[in-house]
Design a protein around this ligand. Structure first.
Ligand code: GDP
Length: 456
């Protein structure tokens, strides 16, 4: 998969801004810039990692005043000769410069093509390349921390180590089978099972942490549930800090499902506000209630809002039954009014963390933040040695590797001949290679990078 063409793209956002950057990468990057740059010196004769002031010209037309940055391969992001033209950030001028670059020998880059080249040229493994996109999409401090740790090679290192161990054992078995006189497999099965147990445990932890990883990266899928008028919309508004949901006194006005992503101390909650659960004949409202039930099935977290100023009724009890098995927090709302239900009373029916709040007065919200952190991340999210695999593709590969290693263990325990082990060991090795990109096909590579943004 050697790259020969020179590619170019606008690397900055397509909106008027202070600076715009056009990036060129490939074997002819210097030829292209020499044709269009006018300054004191010829760019191709300058040393790598220097910056040059001058003008971009399209024939006789002067287009813009620029700074040109030079990075010679392999010491560049893509590993190829790379030029970055920093120009003024108007949409028209940046486009015009790209057009001139294209006219003078480069072709437009596809989305993610710069990073794809970095991967193909061995500048980074696939887990690091995918982390690039996660850094760009990071929406909170933990998501950013996690992506940066992957960008620095945390996943690559961990997976690389597991693969090395698998390869060592495969090689050992194969040499022993080839040369039974000198290498003995006596008692080897037991040793292998110990090793497999250790690897299976590591993979299992990675898979378990992956769920946390998704919640860190994308947010905790949260559903707010409660009977009409309990204060769900008011709560959402208090959390969001702006009037997003419609709040009224008429029961059943929240008919549609609203979605909102909010930040609580670095955790993102993707909140779905649902129509109040209640037995209803109104068709529109019924759809809303069914949707609420559906939404709850996939939720990571249910926030149950109880109107504490009213007695519990059959609607509340229906919700209590529905959420018994879910991760949930109960909010006893309207604490500013005279209350008819206490935490103690509710605890008899539902054993979940409970907080008294007033959505209207915005009281108790901070306590909710603390409880959520405890529930999901045992109070703290640390990055000491945890790796949060957030990528679904990577998670699937972990699952496959786990199954293959489990099969090896089964074969050993069933007393199967040793050559059975190596097939499954190699399957696990291959599956893990998918994460780092060492055993991945061209189609998949193309698909992964096509999800990137232009100019990256
Ligand atoms: P929803 O149907 O569950 O979404 O409930 P709403 O958020 O629309 O609230 C219903 C009514 O209860 C509105 O009149 C709100 O102003 C009121 N309400 C909501 N939260 C509180 C609260 O904490 N205290 C008081 N006193 N009223 C509240």
């Amino acid at each position: 998969m050697k790259t020969t063409q020179t590619i170019a793209a606008i690397a900055t956002a397509m909106t008027d801004s202070g600076i715009g950057i056009v990036r060129i990468s490939g074997p002819e990057a210097f030829d292209v810039i020499d044709r269009i740059y006018k300054g004191k010196k010829k760019i191709s004769e300058q040393p790598s990692h220097t910056v040059h002031y001058g003008w971009i010209k399209d024939g006789e037309d002067t287009i813009d005043e620029v700074l040109v940055m030079i990075m010679r391969g392999p010491h560049s992001y893509t590993g190829e000769d790379t030029i970055e033209i920093n120009c003024h950030g108007g949409v028209y001028v940046v486009k015009k410069i790209l057009e001139t670059v294209i006219k003078n020998g480069a072709r437009t880059a596809e989305p993610g093509e710069f990073t794809k080249r970095a991967f193909l040229n061995g500048k980074m493994d696939l887990s690091r390349a995918e982390a690039v996109i996660d850094v760009i999409h990071a929406k909170n401090k933990y998501a950013l921390k996690n992506s940066v740790s992957q960008l620095r090679g945390a996943v690559q290192k961990k997976i690389g180590k597991i693969r090395e161990e698998i390869l060592y054992h495969t090689a050992y078995i194969e040499s022993a089978l080839d040369d039974p006189e000198h290498i003995s497999l006596d008692g080897y099965g037991e040793k292998l099972v110990d090793k497999l147990d250790e690897l299976l445990k590591t993979l299992q932890k990675l898979m378990k942490d992956a769920d946390n990883g998704r919640m860190i990266q994308e947010g905790i899928r949260t559903v707010i549930i409660g009977k009409p008028n309990a204060g769900k919309s008011s709560l959402l508004n208090a959390l969001v800090g702006e009037e997003r949901a419609i709040v009224t006194d008429i029961e059943g006005t929240t008919r549609d499902v609203l979605e909102e992503s909010i930040q609580l101390n670095g955790i993102s909650l993707n909140i779905v506000d649902t129509a109040g659960i209640r037995k209803t004949e109104d068709i529109v409202e019924k759809i809303g209630v069914n949707k609420a039930k559906d939404q709850m099935q996939d939720a990571d977290l249910v926030i149950f809002v109880v109107d504490a100023s009213r007695e519990l009724d059959e609607n509340d009890f229906e919700i209590i039954r529905m959420i018994r098995e879910k991760k949930a927090v109960v909010l006893l709302n309207k604490s500013d009014l005279e209350t008819k239900i206490s935490k103690e009373e509710l605890k008899q029916y539902l054993d979940k963390p409970m907080i008294e709040i007033s959505a209207k007065e915005e009281e108790g919200i901070h306590e909710l933040e603390t409880i959520l952190k405890d529930m999901f991340f045992q109070g703290e999210i640390t990055f000491n040695d945890e790796i949060y695999i957030t990528n679904i593709r990577q998670k699937e590969a972990l699952g496959k590797a786990y199954e293959s290693l489990q099969r090896v263990k089964d074969s050993v325990e069933a007393g199967m001949p040793e050559d059975f082990y190596t097939i499954d060991l190699m399957d696990a090795y291959e599956a893990l290679g998918n994460i780092t990109g060492e055993t991945i096909g061209e189609d998949l590579v193309n698909e992964i990078f096509s999800k990137f943004c232009m100019g990256k």
